[in-house]
Design a protein around this ligand. Structure first.
Ligand code: CA
Length: 260
């Protein structure tokens, strides 16, 4: 082998290495630019200093859960959450709105979307929905509340804290407020219930991603109801086949992770 050949082979190896490094850089830039998320609102109600308000504080309250409500009186994140009376069932025939601070939604580009997400737990004998209100800069007045999503219709309950995600991209560039509306009609039997509990409310601007490891959160996926769950498979499923793990990592999706 001549010296010229040796130099040529080394040059080819260096070129291949540089091409590999270049491709890795391009992949990294594309991946991180796509997964970039701008958090516009993050509220877990852990601080008593916040700008949330209600039209009836005998119904919507912020603080620690006591006596009734989610299992073991646990909020989704931390020790405090929002709930329709934190230490008792809600009052019969009550109606109340929990209102977020004013939020400026940014503009979006290309495939960017803005999503409102929150965790909820409810055992409710009435109705509950999420609404949005837009500020009219021209008139200086708030417009009528608009329904975003019905969460509870005429009595329903969840087994555990569940995730909810709503696309609010159409309100991009608007000044808005989010409202959680609770309503209960007085019943002939006077029956009331623990009510509706909310925690970890977020508004995020990002390009939704198909790929997810489910190790930390639902990310851009969303369950419809309380059947699909994220966590460690226990008792049934992979565990029943002596496979005590997900395909990778510790968490995966499952249709009820602890039972059939
Ligand atoms: Ca909390």
């Amino acid at each position: 082998m001549t010296i010229l050949n040796i130099v040529r082979i080394k040059k080819e190896k260096v070129m291949r290495l540089m091409l590999h490094i270049l491709m890795m850089c391009v992949f990294t830039i594309v991946f991180f630019s796509n997964s970039f998320a701008e958090v516009i609102l993050y509220e877990n109600f852990e601080s008593s200093e916040n700008e949330w308000q209600t039209d009836d504080d005998n119904v919507w309250q912020l603080g620690e859960v006591k006596y009734v409500g989610p299992p073991k009186a646990e909020c989704y994140e931390g020790k405090r959450c929002a709930g329709t009376v934190l230490c008792d069932n809600f009052p019969s025939g009550s109606e109340a709105l929990l209102i977020s601070p004013i939020i400026d939604l940014p503009p979006v580009e290309d495939r960017e979307e803005i999503h409102l997400s929150f965790y909820q737990w409810f055992d409710h004998t009435g109705d509950g929905n999420v609404q949005i209100q837009e500020y009219n800069q021209a008139t200086g007045e708030w417009l009528e509340w608009q329904l975003l999503e019905n969460c509870i219709i005429n009595s329903y309950h969840t087994i555990k804290w569940t995730y909810n995600n709503i696309d609010i991209t159409e309100f991009s560039t608007k000044e808005i407020r989010i409202g959680f509306y609770h309503k209960h009609e007085s019943r002939w039997d006077g029956k009331v219930s623990p009510g509706w509990y909310i925690d970890k409310v977020q508004i995020v601007k990002k390009i939704p991603q198909l790929i997810s490891s489910f190790e930390t959160d639902w990310e851009d996926w969303q369950p419809d109801g309380a059947i699909w769950d994220i966590g460690e498979p226990l008792e049934v499923g992979p565990a029943a086949n002596n496979e005590y793990s997900c395909h990778s990592g510790n968490k995966c999706w499952g249709t009820v992770l602890f039972d059939n």
